[in-house]
Design a protein around this ligand. Structure first.
Ligand SMILES: [Zn+2]
Length: 237
């Protein structure tokens, strides 16, 4: 099983690893450990490169294939299990994903506090990111007010902490029980992301260490996407 290094340290850009499997059908390799964030949880995957035996291999993305994160490479010729590799993620891309995704946590908390509405959908990418709220009506003032409030928090700053909680303990925590109950039985541990004093939730994505790093959140567009789905397009600047 691949150790996902970003789960402990989202700021790790370079790492050493070993190839455990070459997957020619998928066009990529599986490593014993990786700092790359695979596509998932509504957050785009990392790109970057692997260097093996003095040769550079561009990583076009990382996708889950049969439960394994496969680093997608155009041509896997020359790569074989057991080889050592040096990996490096495309940091400007990743850092933007980290900031944009952490902004999603913050916006979600602001809207939830005002309305009790949850996130029904969402996407974090470097091109276009949105959050879909389960609100009955499109309330422009409310949503833009939430963005403004989020920006006030960003100016003040708050630490973003990573911790891990056993499933059985999460089931006893009133704030976590709903989520823990929905997880498949094989998930024994939850990764908890807490924006100090603001919100706490289970998430496997990449985050910044302090919301100050978000800079500013800008609402780009608001769209109605059918019943109970109000979409806020946003970016961090
Ligand atoms: Zn997250």
């Amino acid at each position: 099983m691949t150790e996902l290094l970003h789960m402990q340290d989202c700021y790790l850009r370079r790492f050493e690893a070993q190839i455990i499997e070459v997957v020619p059908e998928a066009g990529g390799v599986v490593l014993d450990r990786t700092a790359f964030h695979p596509l998932g949880g509504g957050v785009d995957d990392d790109k970057g490169m692997l260097v093996a035996d003095g040769h550079k291999f561009i990583v076009n993305g990382v996708r889950w294939v049969e439960g394994k994160p496969v680093h997608l490479i155009d041509d896997v010729t020359g790569l074989s299990p057991g080889m050592k590799v040096n990996g490096e993620i495309d940091w400007p891309r990743r850092y933007l994903l980290m900031r944009t995704h952490t902004a999603a946590h913050l916006l979600e908390a602001m809207i939830y506090n005002k309305t009790g509405a949850l996130i029904g959908s969402g996407r974090v990418s470097v091109d276009s990111s949105y959050l879909g709220f389960t609100l009955d009506e499109m309330d422009k003032d409310l949503i833009l007010g939430a963005v403004e409030e989020a920006n006030q928090w960003v100016d003040k700053g708050a630490k973003v902490n990573i911790s891990f909680m056993k499933r059985e303990d999460a089931l006893k925590d009133p704030g976590m029980v709903k989520l823990a109950g929905k997880l498949p039985p094989e998930v024994s541990e939850l990764r908890i992301i807490e924006i100090e004093g603001i919100e706490k939730q289970a998430c496997g994505g990449p985050h910044v260490g302090d919301i100050k790093e978000l800079g500013a959140i800008e609402a780009v567009d608001l769209k109605n996407k059918g019943a109970k789905n109000r979409r806020l397009y946003y970016k961090v600047t």
